[in-house]
Design a protein around this ligand. Structure first.
Ligand code: GAF
Length: 425
């Protein structure tokens, strides 16, 4: 098992049978409300989108596109290094309700989260849309056009329970939901590969994020009750069971909105490519400790490369831990991943580090880490289910004291990707 440093110490104390006594019932006794926000049911989001389409565009929904957000369990910043990732799709969704457009050659969109309406002229092939969120629509329409699929005029409403800018991949959820709407409206079905490819290209070319393949792939291909083990070199994948009533996955928003397009993500990617080149490797996938000698004079590149090497090893160790039902080991790997992202890859920030520390101090928490691209966003914590309410309340209370505003916290379940939603579990 891969676990060293601070994490190994905690692991030594961990009761891996998960049979600790139940925590005291705090909420009624102390008049405390659970801090865990309820998850909006998917059918409520679908109904909300349909109802908003009626009020905003006076039309009935004809097509619906749905795609989930994601939490990456482990394997961070490894996808664009041709490595391995282990994300889950979560039961937080982006839902689109759409109908034939009321204005010729135009896609009109109302975003419920932003409370904004915008239009995309279908004949205008000029510069980027002035409203940043519409560039996803623009990008998907353009990418499907390149595949020979011509999107017609549409009226559309976007409703989402994936918090924007939280590192939970609201953008991939929007892209995949759009892919399904475009296909339904044109009666042309793309393969999952083509759908994922179009979404990745739209993200890179229109949203300006030089992303890897993880987010769009899991939003499409995830299976309910499973994590997706994806080999980002050849995009082969398998489904790893990720369900146990013994443990819960808690998501806590740091309140710091991450902005991947701002440049730090691209800088990390460039550093990894530079490190690989200096070592004579085509990517950091095949990096071994011996290669790091070539980076002795390059402290920063050496740290970036070390993160990728150790993180890839942690993905494999995590698969072994989950397969064995060893959630203590799984939690320890998550915490170790955070240390590496903080110290070697430098994509965390003070608030997120503090939140991780607060989580790790709570009884019942087996491990915690940032998830997603970093520079803010959400922390995930693997928690013994009987402790999850108590831990969430304590973490949120203490983090609110630290950051000076209330924080969003909810549990997630591994759900199906948009291409797998009708598949039997
Ligand atoms: C973002 C990117 F979009 C992903 O491709 C991945 O690189 C992730 O950051 C970091 O693991 O979500």
């Amino acid at each position: 098992m891969y676990a060293g440093g601070e994490v190994a110490d905690r692991l030594a104390d961990c009761d891996c049978r998960l049979t600790s006594p139940a925590p005291p019932v705090m909420f009624n006794q102390q008049n405390l409300r659970s801090m865990i926000e309820p998850t909006p049911p998917l059918n409520a989001l679908v109904e909300q989108a349909a109802s908003l389409l009626r009020t905003h565009f006076r039309t009935e929904p004809v097509w619906t596109g749905i795609a989930p957000g994601r939490v990456n369990l482990i394997g961070e910043h490894t996808d664009y290094n041709q490595g391995w990732v282990l994300p889950i799709a979560i039961d937080r969704y982006t839902v689109l309700a759409a109908a034939p457009g009321g204005v010729p050659n135009e896609i009109r969109v109302f975003s419920a989260s932003l409370g904004e309406q915008a239009a995309l002229p279908l004949r205008d092939s000029g510069g980027r849309h002035p409203q940043a969120w519409m560039r996803y629509v623009e990008g998907m329409v353009a990418e499907y056009r390149d595949l020979g699929v011509i999107c017609p005029a549409l009226d559309m409403v976007i409703v989402s329970s994936v918090p924007v800018g939280s590192g939970l991949s609201s953008s991939a959820a929007l892209e995949l939901a759009l892919a399904h709407v475009i296909e339904a409206a044109t009666e042309q079905t793309a393969t999952p590969e083509a759908r994922i490819g179009a979404s990745i290209r739209a993200e890179r070319a229109f949203a300006g994020v030089p992303c890897g393949v993880m987010d769009q792939t899991v939003a499409e291909r995830a299976r309910a009750g499973h994590a997706l083990l994806l080999d980002c070199q050849d995009n082969t994948f398998s489904h790893v069971p990720f369900f146990s009533p013994q443990v819960s996955l808690l998501v806590i928003h740091s309140g710091i909105t991450h902005e991947l397009a701002s440049g730090a993500y691209a800088t990390r990617r460039a550093e990894c490519e530079a490190a690989a080149e200096k070592m004579g490797l085509s990517s950091l996938r095949s990096l071994a400790t011996a290669h790091l000698k070539a980076l002795e004079a390059e402290a920063t590149l050496s740290k970036r490369a070390r993160h990728v090497m150790t993180e890839n090893a942690r993905v494999r160790a995590m698969v072994a831990a989950l397969t064995a039902g060893d959630y203590c080991a799984a939690g320890a790997l998550m915490s170790e991943s955070h240390e590496s992202l903080r110290d070697d890859f430098a994509v965390s920030c003070d608030a997120v580090d503090h939140l991780v520390r607060l989580a790790e101090e709570e009884e019942g928490v087996l491990g915690a880490r940032m998830t997603g691209g970093g520079f803010g966003g959400c922390v995930i914590a693997l928690v013994r289910s009987e402790w999850v309410d108590t831990a969430a309340t304590a973490i949120c209370r203490r983090y609110t004291e630290y950051i000076g505003r209330t924080t969003l916290c909810f549990t997630v379940n591994a759900t199906a990707g948009s291409g797998e939603m009708d598949a039997p579990v």
